[in-house]
Ligand binder design. Sequence first.
Ligand code: GDP
Length: 532
Amino acid sequence: MPGGRGAAAHEAARRRTFAVISHPDAGKSTLTEALALHAHAITRAGAVHGKAGRRPVASDWTEMEKERGISVTAAVLQFTHRGCVLNLLDTPGHADFSEDTYRVLAAVDCAVMLIDAAKGLEEQTRKLFDVCRHRGIPVITFVNKWDRPGREALQLLDEIEREFRLRPTPVVWPVGDAGNLRGLIDVRTPGRMLRYARTPGGAHEASEEAVSAERAAAEEGPVWDQAVEELELLRAAGATHDQEAFLAGRSTPVFFGAAISNIGVRLLLEAVVDLAPPPGPRELAGGRIRPVDAPFAGLVFKVQANMDPAHRDRIAFIRVCSGVFERGMTLTRAATGRPFATKYAHSLFGQHRSTVDIAYPGDVVGLVNAHTLRVGDTLYTGQAAAFPPMPTLAPEHFAVARPVDITRTKQFRRGIAQLDEEGVIQVLVSELRGEQAPVLAAVGPMQFEVVTARMTGEFSAPIRLEPLPYHLALATDAAGAEALTRSPIRGEALTRVRDKARLALFRGRWQADSFRREFPDARLDHLVAAHD
Ligand code: GDP
């Protein structure tokens, strides 16, 4: 029984849509694959992926990703566990792609924050956590690599509490310090220890044996006693899981393990099913609420062209927010009020695509040949709906792009426009520079590499980049832009193609302040920064 309000509500209740956020190298790919292994989405880790070791190549769509081993695009893995449908959205592993990450996080209901036991909270963890807090996304914490020497468990909790003002409430506690992992205690069933037999290369689920407290005490001695004592300390301090506080973003349930050996991964998977919230009502621009059982509404959180070099297509990833998506239905694009036909809808499992006929709140649908769709678009049926706009982050790196071969100007323009629409880079123009010399604006410099590679690879229009000496972009208006041309301060006003915003570019804060003193009436506002 596909359609109907009842179906949407029922199916939404058994969906969990989440992302893993972490600093590069904390083990996100390893954990992703381990989760899929436990959920039986794939039977043997490594089997579906070609790369050496266990690194999934599920999301390696471009050559550059393969070379660098980083994920630039967003892949979606869907698997089922205990009657729940889990949608795991991949986030880019590098800070330079923080705009992409923002967008992906707009499409999830929960995040798993992955921490390397030896490194604790790292720069990218902090930034991503800030985004979660900003968006009100509840966070489950997984401390990874407990099989290697690292920090003390209590010290890590302390760090989370102090730095994130987030109350850590362990649900799983390690027996043995990092590097000496003897087993795990599930604090909900405290009188026993779970002991793991490692499997070579983590290709299978780790076998798990429940050992009684008496036996654990006899066999592990002081290591067991220490774990029990720490748990008592935590209980006395009231560090116990509180679902309401977790959903409100005030506390985080904490898990420990070693993704590479599948240790602790099952418990994390259970937590996603048991603790992570199902899709709920969503706020629309203007403050109205769209319940999950309202007619279909979906958010375009990612647009990606040419994922498959054999088919020059363009896929828009849509998170179903309300109602039931049925392939073939005609939707309305909120931005224009125009109809959008959904003949080519796919579900995506890494590189594999299959046609999707139906999808429910929390699911992600890939619409192929979605040439008119943009990141941030809302598609709906029934009562009109538009989700709040996605933030465009303040760029900090700027370069003029020119075609290497001027006979390829048409391809050059098409490519730049395409990459702008996908949100790969921001494109700024000014009358002074002309259309042949757009200014590319990036949050992180690696975005330039993606543009350069894709312009050559996909559009056969190699580009030359000339870096500009600016590092600060502020919002201004026509009068401010005009004032800037009269000012002796070297700055420049350009218009961002994507949203027609006027940006004033400066070398740094000193120049901006000096311009402000000179023209106190000129509008000069801060843009949303990655860490706002
Ligand atoms: P990502 O960059 O966050 O996706 O991290 P990867 O999954 O590629 O892992 C980075 C490195 O850490 C790889 O060499 C993994 O084999 C290793 N790694 C991942 N999880 C664990 C773990 O639980 N224990 C240990 N010792 N190494 C791990």
